[in-house]
Ligand binder design. Structure first.
Ligand SMILES: [Zn+2]
Length: 243
């Protein structure tokens, strides 16, 4: 028996790193069927990878007894997101077939040129107009400085865009539990030194982890955005301590 997996399902499951979500593919114990779990919050996913599985064996709403494979997110290649996504989906497909074979399951990925209905699950892009809006309670801030003064906001994540650091986002958490996304470009202009070392040997890889606010020692365009993230984070910390 050969398990036939539709490429458009894998394509749909391949999410951008910026969404903070990823997907998993579940394979039935008999290798006869599969289903996609998407989107899964990356934090939950990390818990699953650390083997913090719920006792009923059904991580993130999957089925008991099924085997789950992670679909890693892709980094947006600014200007041509669809190509970056498709390339990642093709890589994931090849790896999946490989892994399944090791589990004794024969699988093929069909129709690798079909990506239709794939665009529906991408969340809408942040536009400058709604950048200073809380996603949950709807509170708005009219200026960046108002956001920075507001003690109800704390830096939650820095989502680096490693192909073009000026397109990254600082995510603040509001006290209501919602979030406010502010483009890094609101804080600093794109530096003149546009050397990007992400993914190269000189890169310590900090930008792959959105909850790290460490500075980066590499002579990379991305370092100054990490510096700002660190500053915002420390400022918040010291504000909290004073209370
Ligand atoms: Zn709020």
């Amino acid at each position: 028996m050969t398990l036939r997996i539709k490429f458009r399902d894998i394509f749909r499951a391949t999410l951008s790193f910026r969404t903070g979500n990823e997907s998993w593919i579940g394979i039935a114990p008999d290798g006869g069927s599969y289903h996609i779990v998407s989107p899964v919050d990356t934090q939950i996913s990390k818990g699953v990878m650390a083997c913090n599985r719920p006792s009923d064996g059904t991580p993130f709403g999957g089925y008991k007894g099924w085997v789950y494979f992670r679909v890693p997110p892709f980094f947006e290649d600014v200007g041509d997101v669809e190509t970056a996504r498709k390339e990642q989906a093709l890589r994931v497909s090849a790896e999946l077939v490989d892994k399944l074979e090791r589990f004794g399951i024969q699988a093929i990925v069909e129709d690798t040129d079909q990506t239709s209905d794939g665009s529906t699950i991408e969340p809408k892009k942040e536009s400058p107009e709604d950048a200073l809006l809380c996603s949950k309670c709807g509170k708005t801030w009219n200026k960046l400085s108002a956001c920075l003064r507001d003690e109800d906001l704390s830096l939650l994540a820095y989502r680096a865009c490693i192909n073009d650091f000026s397109k990254g986002i600082y995510v603040f958490e509001h006290k209501c539990g919602g979030s406010v996304n502010i483009p890094v470009s609101s804080f600093i202009r794109k530096p003149l030194n546009n050397r990007i070392l992400a993914g190269l040997q000189a890169c310590p890889g900090l930008c792959y982890y959105e909850h790290l606010f460490q500075e980066c020692p590499a002579y990379c365009e991305g370092s100054c955005y990490r510096h700002v993230a660190r500053k915002i984070y420390q400022r918040r910390k010291s504000c909290t301590k004073r209370i």
